[in-house]
Ligand binder design. Structure first.
Ligand code: EPZ
Length: 412
């Protein structure tokens, strides 16, 4: 019960940090959440020769004037997937780049074949040696049209980052239209980039000579907002999410209504009145924007466990994103996974247990389950959760949760 302020968007900030490589001056990002993925993206920016100042008020000032390196340090490739976005940014600024194969993670293989393919279509050659890819400029057509076979978020972002500087005009068809792409384009436009079709699946990018200093307010995080909405739904709560990107949550709000919630939708706040018992959801599938976000698929599962019947959830984006089901079943959930579908048997009463987070959104799902389970739960592996949630314990306590963080035996 209560109000909570939604943090800035992790997936909007990460590509903007990479984009700062393209600015031969300073970039100030305002309202960045204090999360480890951003720390890692900043370390990479500094490894390239950039300078960063993190201010106490969540502003980050990046200075790319002295960037000299074209190599993305291998140690970051696997640690933070968004490091692949430096490929486009470094190519855009330096005309060559070296990146290591990122390797998979628990939710999927996370290949970069499409990133490589589209950089080639922009006119770059690539040599692979000992697990590293070296990209260098060959002949660059002045006009290029790229037709994406799949609307990949990261691939779309890399193409934009590789194209805003220089003298190419690049048309991207079937581009991803996630809100984070739109905010990246608005950020670059404010720095002087020439991009048409912002917010649509067809972008036209006209290379410019240079980008200028820019100050940009990062948008709120739609996935964090959705996570807390599901926390309220799993506990029959009444919460108000403040500073929330309501216009990016159409699909999530539709699902909340299907679950039986009453919503009060304002300009940038959303009040959710959860029902005593949620309705079952016959079938829901994740999809590219504006479909149901894959990042909210795991947080939805504990809500469906207590619904008044069985639900089917289909994961269509990542090939292995039901990893949290085993841990939820340890808490008394009855979820069975068959390929891309999970059947959630409703009317379960979850019981507290010691469970282990193995990735970011699955970790958030375990906390949601712990809030509604009978008795106490202990969720370990919270460093995964802190990659994307600035302080989920603080936020949920604002909403009346009985939750505390334990680090080496001490509680906070
Ligand atoms: C972004 O990842 C987000 N990460 C993910 O959020 C999010 O789940 C995903 O988009 C989908 O919305 C950031 O923005 C930093 P994709 P990205 O390229 O760009 C396959 C979170 O929890 N693919 O749209 O990696 C890929 O394997 C994270 O915050 C290829 O096959 O997503 C996946 O199955 C998790 N080859 C699908 O496309 C490629 O070259 C979607 O990937 C690239 C992708």
């Amino acid at each position: 019960m209560g109000q909570v302020e939604i943090q800035g968007s992790k997936n909007a900030v990460l590509p903007m940090i990479a984009a700062a490589v393209l600015v031969n001056g300073t970039v100030c990002l305002k309202g960045c959440p204090q999360i480890s993925d951003i720390d890692d993206m900043i370390k990479l920016f500094e490894a390239l020769g950039g300078r960063v100042v993190r201010k106490a008020n969540r502003d980050i000032v990046l200075d790319g004037k002295d960037i000299h390196s074209v190599k993305v340090e291998r140690e970051y490739a696997g640690k933070i997937r968004a490091s692949i976005l430096y490929l486009g940014a470094i190519l855009g600024r330096m005309g060559e780049a070296m990146v290591a194969k990122p390797g998979g993670c628990v939710i999927g293989k996370r290949p970069i074949d499409q990133h490589i393919f589209q950089m080639k279509n922009l006119g770059y050659r690539v040599d692979e040696k000992s697990g590293e890819y070296y990209f260098y400029s060959e002949k660059r057509e002045s006009n290029v049209t790229l037709q994406l076979p799949y609307s990949s978020v990261g691939v779309t972002e890399n193409i934009i980052l590789a194209s805003v500087l220089g003298n190419q005009t690049v048309c991207v068809r079937n581009a991803a239209i996630e809100p984070e792409i739109r905010s990246l384009c608005l950020f670059l436009k404010k720095a002087g980039a020439l991009i048409e079709g912002i917010g649509t699946s067809e972008l036209m990018i006209h290379g410019v000579h240079r980008l200028k200093d820019v100050v940009f307010e990062v948008p709120a995080d739609r996935i964090v907002a959705g996570t807390y909405a599901f926390a309220a739904m799993s506990t029959g709560g009444v919460i108000e999410l403040c500073h929330v990107p309501v216009n990016e949550l159409e699909c999530v709000m539709k699902l909340l209504l299907r679950l039986g919630a009453i919503l009060d939708i304002r300009e940038d706040s959303l009040t959710i009145v959860a029902p005593k018992v949620c309705n079952r959801i016959g079938y829901v599938e994740t999809g590219i924007y504006p479909g149901f976000p894959t990042d909210l698929q795991s947080p939805l599962l504990p809500v469906l466990c207590m619904a008044d019947g069985n639900s089917v959830v289909c994961e269509k984006i990542f090939e292995n994103r039901f990893g949290v089901v085993d841990e939820l079943n340890k808490m008394g959930a009855k979820i069975s996974v068959n390929g891309t579908k999970a059947t959630v048997f409703g009317k379960s009463r979850l019981t507290g247990a010691s469970v282990l987070a193995k990735e970011l959104r699955g970790g958030a799902a375990l906390i949601i389950a712990g809030l509604s389970a009978r008795g106490e739960s202990q969720v370990s592996g919270i460093s995964y959760i802190e990659r994307g949630y600035e302080d989920i314990v603080r936020d949920l306590r604002f909403l009346g949760a009985d939750i505390e963080k334990i680090t080496n035996g001490e509680t906070f």
